[in-house]
Design a protein around this ligand. Structure first.
Ligand code: HEM
Length: 444
């Protein structure tokens, strides 16, 4: 695979002090297009990685053969859901097969419909504006820690009907480093506690949030159990936050170097919309999700056996050269661009409109309010290609400098709770003032 430096990836007179490799993600092996469309893959019990675009489409349409089911308790059967490593909580509807699957997906439909996303968009803009207002007068901020990681947290909390003050804790739960990110770390415990409290509250006093919707009867008058409500909230939190954050981090990193394209995106909403699709394809925030084969399958010479874990390689298929010419380059006006970054088939992303709306608003506001931002992370050029993973990129953040601007005048404000200042998990309502911090103070 060519490195981005060799490709020149359309440099347009950007900041030469930032090497293209510094921005790249594609050296992570999970993103590579492998010569065979169905490759051997050793990753937390997975055996196969489907990398070919056509092969992946076929597999994603065949949910009889490729089961998403997560039988609990984990390990009790061979069907351990779609995540690697398997999670202690089942994610619903992500890890449910038909016919039960349809009950949940229908229940969620109205919350994620385009009209509901449009209604939520002013809040997304308010959250973004709040994040930017905090630093706009200073001329420097870490776009990742101070905005990109927070806005999806705030939006998700608003959607679910949970306290906005806990957005930072939820962001910590999701952006925790390493492969144990879905273990029930203390941040997750706070979140689960909050969901329990909200269920009690909304049962007595329904509101217009997802938890209230989940308390109402669904198809056949069936009502979700409390456990199912937790499983759905878990899927929404896991599904909606780091995905959107990675996408925006990739996009704003790219625009930090490609200044002509940044200017075009600032002026032309249609160009920006197309650019976001290309960022989705190229960065593929969900590199793969697993399935369990429910029967033996032949893929040419490959034989997937019943019970094998099969990774659906969204990122690799999005670089299939048979479908995407110059697949390893970012071409912001690429058409057609039928990427699979949001999945395909019955489990395709239910939050796709919301994720796109959050991404659009964050990019629009940054380009509008700090149109001359430059990447200012400390950076040491290296002679050898570097392996850059998402974990590296998230830890590094995205420090930028810009010409200071004016506060928006907006009066929205939220005091964020910080995990290590919470006295006890119970009694969260009696939060002591010492447990509240600003986003900047709470930055890791
Ligand atoms: C840029 C942002 C996003 C990307 C790249 C993304 C990607 C994906 C992908 C690839 C899948 C399919 C998983 C599979 O087949 O196993 C998926 C499903 C899902 N996503 Fe997203 N997603 C994004 C944003 C969101 C948002 C904002 C939410 C909610 C707030 C969300 C919630 C979900 C849920 C609940 C599912 C499971 C759907 C089902 O099983 O029916 N996602 N997403």
């Amino acid at each position: 695979m060519n490195g981005p430096a060799e490709r020149g990836a359309g440099d347009q007179g950007g900041d030469q002090s930032v090497d293209e490799r510094y921005l790249g993600f594609e050296t992570d092996p999970k993103y590579e297009q492998i010569a065979t469309p169905v490759a051997r893959f050793k990753y937390y019990g997975a055996t196969w990685l489907i990398t070919g675009y056509d092969e992946l489409l076929r597999a994603l349409r065949d949910d009889d053969t490729y089961s998403s089911e997560h039988d609990l308790p984990t390990g009790s059967t061979e069907r351990v859901g779609v995540m690697t490593p398997a999670t202690a909580i089942r994610a619903v509807p992500t890890e449910v097969d038909p016919p039960d699957y349809y009950f949940y997906r229908r229940l969620l439909g109205s919350t994620f419909a385009p009209s509901a996303v449009r209604a939520l968009t002013p809040d997304i803009r308010r959250f973004t504006t709040w994040c930017l207002d905090r630093y706009i007068g200073t001329g420097q901020m870490d776009l990742f820690h101070d905005m990109i990681a927070l806005v999806p947290g705030l939006t998700t909390m608003r959607l679910l009907g949970l306290p906005l003050e806990d957005s930072l804790i939820v962001a910590e739960a999701v952006h925790a480093r390493g492969d144990d990110r879905f273990d029930l770390n203390p941040a997750w415990e706070v979140l689960l506690e909050r969901i329990g409290q909200a269920v009690e509250k909304r049962r007595a006093e329904p509101a217009s949030d997802l938890i209230s919707t989940l308390l109402r009867p669904g198809a056949g008058d069936r009502v979700c159990t409390d456990e199912e409500i937790v499983e759905i909230c878990f899927a929404v939190v896991v599904g909606g936050m780091s995905t959107t954050a990675k996408l925006v981090l990739g996009a704003l990193s790219y625009f930090g170097v490609h200044l002509d394209e940044r200017e075009r995106a600032r002026q032309d909403p249609e160009f920006l919309a197309g650019a976001i699709e290309e960022f989705l394809r190229y960065y593929s925030p969900v590199p793969f999700m697993c399935r369990t084969a429910s029967t033996d399958v032949h893929f040419g010479v490959r034989r997937i056996r019943k019970g094998d874990r099969v990774a659906m390689g969204f990122a690799a298929a999005n670089r299939d050269p048979a479908v995407f010419p110059r697949a390893h380059e970012i071409l912001l006006d690429r058409t057609p661009n039928r990427h699979l970054a949001m999945g395909h088939g019955i489990h395709s992303c239910i939050g796709s409109a919301l994720g796109r709306a959050e991404t659009t608003v964050m990019i629009e506001e940054v380009l509008r309010r700090m149109p001359d931002y430059r990447i200012a992370n400390e950076y040491q050029p290296t002679a050898e290609p570097v392996r850059v993973t998402w974990t590296d990129r998230l830890q590094r953040g995205l420090v930028v400098t810009f010409t200071p601007g004016e506060h928006s005048g907006q009066d929205f404000h939220v005091e964020l709770n910080r995990l290590d200042r919470l006295d006890r998990l119970d009694g969260l309502d009696g939060q002591s003032p010492g447990g509240r911090e600003t986003a900047r103070d709470a930055q890791p």
